[in-house]
Design a protein around this ligand. Structure first.
Ligand code: NAD
Ligand code: KPL
Length: 297
């Protein structure tokens, strides 16, 4: 049985795609243990609707793999409630965007098999009872702790029945950085300008900031030994994704519009903290982090 911690958009996508009876959700501490199962309408990539019903976990001993699909800022606390009840041999797969939360989990539980995924799948909930698979992508999975390295292939195999494109990646950090670059270059602008991804491209604020932003990120990546960090290349990648997802509402814009906390602390905010640690100035990341935080409750 695969346990899913975080019954939001991404968690519900995995639950819908994994075979029935092979996944369940781990409740939040404030959920009534007798609560009815999680039920929603799943709309696949062809738009076909299906009703999905998945139980809440009752016996933690039944879990063979834990997928963690909470937001980055909730992850350590969510795991803190559950890991004392789950065998230390069970692999824990983190699916958060950004960076910082993955390292925090690996540092808190260094002896556990902790893995991280970088995914370009897209899922959203147009209403609380609906889940839409909005875009097909790829998912790379790799180890964060030494106990996880020998388990990576087994974890990937156990997720293959979902039908998603999933790959083993022994060196997962560069993949997490690649996604971080995209999120750092698109998400804050869409939230601040309250526009879909593609609209940032013609905006003066974006055009003024994207070159110095990419220079900051490139310097941080080089200092961390991450390859593929020429500023112009980063800018091209960001602008290509903004073009390819032109009509999308980014997760940060969606969070801001819904009055939820954003993941800015794990995207541009992570880059600011890393710059402070390495002695590299990051004024554009600081500005974007500060301004996005002003939008949140
Ligand atoms: P979401 O807000 O829809 O879901 C998060 C869920 O976690 C919520 O249901 C929330 O109630 C639950 N949660 C919070 N604290 C909890 C706790 N202590 N115990 C149990 N559950 C708890 O977010 P999402 O869109 O599913 O994204 C989850 C993560 O995946 C984020 O880091 C996001 O950046 C990343 N991601 C999402 C997508 C996507 O398409 N949705 C794609 C790639 C990466
Ligand atoms: O990952 C995304 C997000 O919204 O968080 C992008 C790639 C920007 C797509 O919207």
């Amino acid at each position: 049985m695969i346990g899913i911690l975080g019954a939001g958009a991404l968690g519900r996508l995995w639950a819908a795609l994994l075979p029935e009876h092979q996944s369940c959700f781990l409740p939040r501490p404030d959920t009534d243990p007798a609560a009815s199962p999680v039920r929603y309408t799943f709309q696949n990539l062809d738009g076909k609707p299906t009703t999905i019903t998945r139980p809440w976990l009752t016996l933690p001993t039944d879990i063979s793999l834990l997928l963690v699909t909470t937001k980055a800022g909730d992850t350590v606390e969510a795991l803190d409630s559950w890991l004392p009840h789950i065998s230390s041999k069970v692999p824990v797969l983190l699916l958060q965007n950004g960076l910082g939360s993955q390292q925090a989990v690996a540092e808190h539980w260094p002896d556990r098999p902790i893995l991280a995924a970088s995914t370009t799948e897209g899922a959203n909930r147009p209403t609380p009872d609906q889940l839409k698979h909005a875009g097909q992508g790829d998912t790379w999975i790799g180890p964060l702790t030494s106990a996880a390295a020998p388990l990576t292939e087994r974890v990937v195999e156990s997720l293959q029945p979902s039908g998603l494109r999933i790959h083993c990646e022994q060196d997962i950090l560069p993949r997490l950085w690649q996604k971080l670059v995209i999120n750092a270059g698109i998400n804050p602008f869409t939230a601040l300008l309250n526009c879909p991804n593609g609209d940032i491209l013609d905006n003066d604020f974006f055009q003024q900031k994207i070159i110095p932003l990419c220079a900051e990120i490139a310097q941080l990546m080089s200092a961390e030994g991450i390859e593929g960090a020429a500023p112009e290349e980063l800018r091209n990648r960001i602008e290509n994704v903004a073009r390819a997802t032109a009509r999308n509402t980014s997760s940060m814009r969606a969070d801001t519009l819904a009055g939820r906390c954003t993941e800015i602390d794990f995207i541009n905010g992570y880059l600011v903290r890393l710059g402070q640690k390495l002695g590299i100035p990051t004024p554009v990341n600081q500005l974007l982090t500060h301004q996005v935080k002003q939008l949140s409750p």
